[in-house]
Design a protein around this ligand. Structure first.
Ligand SMILES: NC(=O)C1=CN([C@@H]2O[C@H](COP(=O)(O)OP(=O)(O)OC[C@H]3O[C@@H](n4cnc5c(N)ncnc54)[C@H](O)[C@@H]3O)[C@@H](O)[C@H]2O)[C@@H](O)CC1
Ligand SMILES: [K+]
Length: 511
């Protein structure tokens, strides 16, 4: 699903109004009807106090129209107009009048007003600001927002939590609504997925308000949300008349004394994702444990016992994944840099492989184009420098990826894969995956997918999705806390099965 900027959403809005020859108030009516249906289908007439806080723009207009519909269906409502400006939008005014026609009289909150009482049992509808927010809310509006947050009521935000801008970090973090649920129009917003702004909402859902599909299809978005529909077409089925050579020979290079487990996890994941053959290149101390732990993996060793000092692979690998547990000894750095000079195929670089690059930026020119870098935020910062906000982080990462023609996988709650000026936001995974070795598994998976012929960017997007799905499958059996990286590896098969399961309708048709 595409993720649009605020400008693009306004354009979609405009193009729908033009192409379908409808009025903007009709679009608002559609939006409000969807909001109403959502609430009504859950409340089914339950008598609970619904307090609607409406701004004076179109977000407030949505709230006003929703209030009318709730009132018409017998719900007990209280409508507050948060009167932060005298520039009221036309559609807001129209819906205010429609509400008054039903003899519902909102109270107007301004700078001087007392804060309304909100019980924890109330439902709050937050329609104060939408995507039009373009500066910090006034202090009194910020205080009202804080008051709503303190109420412990269920807060349903219309489109976005009020106080969040769609395209930048919040001006004042205490002037943002903490939404229990966000009902967002047509397309999800990038802020739902960034660590800095995603913390302001618990759950979100998109409501289809029928914005023009041609416009959406023909407009290039900077970000895309990656779910099952995006990932399924990337899947490369295994062929009947194939052999292990068809699916590539991966090599995982890494490990040092006490960190051989990283290579074990990565190479096991690489095999489990479907690489035909997997070899591991480790220091001598890793030989016995690797051969025992993962018998399917072939093991090559360097000349040293405790760290890698020279990397020599006696065959032409399909792909190399390098860096997990490798350490940063001087001779390891030398080995890494001379290996970079030899290798021409795109590779996967993780962990200390990335740290070595950060400390020796002159090596970047030797990294094969279309290689996949998988940094967590700290490793990314070392690589691209400090950022002030998540938005700046993404811009810098895009620039860096473009400059070196690389794929960058920014790991996090919603891992974002950056390539060629675009960001692909992952939707699978859970907090249980914040555990030792989880990243090593991802490195192995992306390497194994590239070995099978997935192009780098698809290997990254698909691998990140499948890795998260393996985490979700694993957590459904073990819970978050007990989810270990080895369980992620063991869950890769179930994750594939989950991804490839037939939709229920098709299954029934076959019966
Ligand atoms: N674009 C769409 O597809 C649709 C949008 N709709 C609604 O329209 C919303 C956008 O409406 P608006 O553009 O009117 O904007 P908002 O309702 O988000 O904001 C109201 C206005 O207040 C002003 N403003 C911004 N920051 C302020 C601040 N800190 N203090 C005081 N005033 C401030 C701006 O001029 C802004 O236009 C969406 O979020 C959505 O809820 C819906 O009606 C349905 C269709
Ligand atoms: K809102």
């Amino acid at each position: 699903m595409k993720i649009f900027s605020a400008d693009q959403i306004y354009q979609a809005d405009k193009s729908t109004i033009q192409k379908e020859q409808i009025k903007s108030e009709e679009l608002m009516e559609r939006a409000a009807a969807q909001l109403f249906e959502w609430l009504h289908s859950r409340l089914r007439g339950t008598q609970v106090n619904i307090q609607l806080f409406c701004g004076i723009g179109n977000n407030g207009g949505d709230g006003m129209a929703l209030a009318r519909m709730l009132h018409e269906h017998g719900y007990s409502i209280k409508v507050h107009v948060v009167n932060y400006s005298d520039k009221r939008s036309e559609d807001f005014l129209l819906n205010l009048e429609r509400l008054k026609d039903l003899k519902v009289w909102p109270d107007f909150i301004n700078k001087e007003s007392d804060l309304p009482e909100i019980s924890p049992n109330d439902i709050v509808v937050d329609a104060i600001f939408g995507i039009g927010l373009n500066r910090v809310p006034d202090d009194w509006v910020g205080k009202l927002i804080g008051h709503i947050n303190d109420s412990r009521a269920f807060v349903l935000s219309v489109d976005v939590p009020s106080g969040l801008s769609v395209d930048r970090a919040p001006w004042n973090t205490s002037y943002v609504i903490q939404a229990s649920y966000v009902l967002s129009f047509q397309l999800p917003k990038l802020i739902f997925f960034l660590p800095e702004t995603g913390v302001y909402l618990n759950q979100w859902e998109v409501l289809d308000i029928g914005l023009n599909q041609d416009f959406i299809a023909n407009t290039e978005a900077d970000f895309e949300l990656i779910g099952r529909p995006e990932v399924l077409p990337m899947y490369r089925p295994r062929l009947k008349f194939s052999h292990k050579g068809t699916y590539g020979h991966s090599v995982i290079v890494g490990g040092s004394y006490g960190k051989i487990g990283a290579v074990q996890l990565a190479s096991n994941a690489c095999l489990s994702v479907g690489s035909g053959l997997v070899s591991a290149f480790v220091p001598k101390c890793g030989y016995d444990s690797l051969q025992t732990a993962v018998p399917e993996v072939m093991v090559l060793t360097g000349s040293r016992d405790k760290n890698i000092s020279r990397i020599e692979i006696p065959f032409e690998p399909s792909v190399v994944g390098i860096g997990v547990g490798i350490g940063q000894d001087d001779d390891t750095i030398d080995a890494f840099s001379s290996f970079l000079k030899k290798i021409k195929l795109p590779m996967v670089i993780d962990a200390d492989g990335l740290n070595i690059l950060s400390k020796n930026p002159e090596l970047l020119k030797d990294v094969p184009q279309l290689s996949v870098l998988t940094p967590h935020p700290k490793e990314l910062e070392r690589l691209i420098g400090h950022w002030e906000s998540d938005f700046e982080k993404l811009e810098k990462a895009k620039e860096f990826a473009l400059q070196h023609n690389l794929v960058i996988v920014i790991k996090g709650a919603h891992t974002i894969t950056i390539y060629n000026g675009k960001g692909y936001v992952n939707t699978t995974g859970n907090p249980g995956m914040a555990t030792a070795g989880s990243g090593d598994v991802l490195t192995g998976m992306i390497t194994g997918l590239m070995a099978q012929g997935y192009p780098s960017v698809e290997a990254a997007i698909f691998g990140v999705y499948l890795h998260g799905l393996a985490g979700d499958v694993g957590a459904s059996k073990k819970g978050y806390e007990a989810l270990k990286a080895s369980i992620l590896v063991d869950s890769i098969g179930d994750a594939y099965a989950d991804l490839l399961r037939q939709p229920e309708i098709e299954q029934n048709e076959g019966n």
